[in-house]
Write a protein that binds this ligand. Structure first.
Ligand code: HEC
Length: 110
């Protein structure tokens, strides 16, 4: 019972910090609600809040590891994203994806 509460508090804390990470590190380019689209050399990003969780995790991990088109990314701007994601762990990436999904739900409820 106590362990359950502890785990709950822990995951709440990590979601809160994902919230902070998103607001301070990602929202400048992607928008506070993950709503902005960014134009690159050969295309443009979707609004992050429109992408599902599995794809978010795959993309973020790919940028971090420099494996999307040899680090060029989907639109020739992968190096920008690599710099953003390199300091984050795979647990941070999971939490960020969940946070981005929650933005999506908020947008859907409007
Ligand atoms: C300096 C601006 C900038 C910041 C800050 C930034 N990004 Fe990005 N992001 C980009 C660009 C540019 C691309 C397109 C890269 C490419 O060519 O694939 C992108 C692409 C993405 C994509 C894929 C979008 C798609 O349409 O497939 C995801 C997911 C993403 N970013 C998540 C994040 C997260 C999470 C953070 C915060 C940790 C973040 N970004 C911070 C500029 C930024």
């Amino acid at each position: 019972m106590k362990t359950g509460i502890f785990v709950f508090v822990l995951s709440l804390a990590s979601l809160l910090s994902a919230n902070e990470t998103f607001d301070t590190k990602c929202s400048t380019c992607h928008g506070l609600k993950g709503e902005k689209e960014i134009t690159g050399k050969i295309g443009h990003t979707r609004a992050l809040a429109s992408i599902d969780k599995e794809e978010l995790v795959t993309l973020m991990t790919g940028y971090k590891d420099g494996t999307i088109h040899e680090g060029e990314g989907q639109h020739g701007l992968g190096k920008i994203m690599r710099g953003q994601l390199r300091p984050l762990s795979s647990a941070d990436i999971e939490d960020l994806a969940l946070h981005i999904l929650s933005l999506n739900n908020k947008a859907a409820k409007k």
